[in-house]
Design a protein around this ligand. Structure first.
Ligand SMILES: C[S@@+](CC[C@H](N)C(=O)[O-])C[C@H]1O[C@@H](n2cnc3c(N)ncnc32)[C@H](O)[C@@H]1O
Length: 258
């Protein structure tokens, strides 16, 4: 898959930060020593963990060189308050000692890992007793933005690039983490993001969910595809006087290892 475009992703940083804050509001860890953010992206949100828990060693892990470069340039990283490792989070988790983390966070990243429910036992294993795992993933697989993307992908001959399995619901996280013996709080929220500017839903999805497909399209067809997708998105998400509303479902789970 193509690397992430940190600048494009950051265009909606405000709206994308809200679920992270809502997730962390339910993590009541007191004075954790080791805090890990898996799929930390450009690290601005990870840096807030270092502010919240000044006594903690905070580690961000991401596989994207562009994201890691951005995160390493943050004031928190330069001040030694945040360490950023470039790695596939699955490999990082596999090499980390069990019981060595007090808080493990993953915000809007695990949906990129195939069958990530299967990774949850390893994530819980990382936790010290009383440690917290906090996960948020987008759950908008059935939203018009994704349905249109899948339909166009089929027509443009690259359906596999748009094939992203439907993400699990809160009940799935509750079941898996509950069976692992954790105390679990799982829920979902649909945010109504009010976006501004021309083609804002296109600008949002091209920085994240539509990237694999745009990358897979042959040169020459990408612009044609983008034009058609933009027109369909304008129909599905009309611009109102107060902005363009993008409903966005997200799924959350916080687990405490007993
Ligand atoms: C949508 S961004 C979220 C970034 C950040 N957590 C946030 O909330 O702004 C997803 C991030 O997950 C990273 N990612 C995806 N798959 C990964 C993997 N297997 N290992 C490590 N990072 C991964 C991407 O590089 C990207 O930075």
């Amino acid at each position: 898959m193509s690397d992430w475009d940190r600048v494009q992703y950051a265009r909606f940083a405000g709206a994308r930060g809200r679920p992270f804050r809502d997730l962390l509001a339910q993590v009541d860890a007191v004075d954790p020593r080791t805090v890990v953010d898996l799929g930390c992206g450009s690290g601005e949100l990870t840096a807030t963990l270092a502010e919240r828990w000044p006594g903690a060693e905070v580690v961000g892990v991401d596989s994207s060189p562009d994201m890691v470069t951005g995160a390493r340039a943050l004031p928190a990283a330069l001040a030694g308050r945040l360490t950023v490792e470039e790695a596939d989070l699955r490999a990082w988790v596999a090499h980390r000692a069990p019981g060595s983390c007090d808080v493990v966070v993953s915000n809007a990243a695990l949906q990129w890992v195939p069958d990530h429910l299967g990774l949850l036992p390893a994530l819980v294993d990382l936790l010290a007793p009383g440690g917290r795992l906090a996960v948020q993933i987008p759950g908008n697989h059935d939203a018009p933005s994704h349905r249109i993307l899948r339909e166009l992908a089929g027509r443009y001959g690259v359906p596999e690039a748009a094939r992203r399995p439907a993400v699990p619901g809160p009940d799935d996280y509750l079941g898996v983490l509950g069976r692992l013996g954790c105390a679990v709080d799982a829920w979902e929220t649909t945010y109504l993001h009010v976006l501004s500017g021309p083609d804002p839903v296109w600008e949002w999805v091209r920085g994240t969910g539509a990237r694999p497909l745009l990358h897979a399209l042959p040169d020459g067809r990408r612009e044609e595809f983008a034009e058609e997708y933009r027109a369909r998105l304008r129909e599905a998400y009309p611009a109102e006087a107060w902005g363009t509303v993008l409903p966005f479902r997200r799924v959350f789970a916080v687990a405490v290892r007993r």
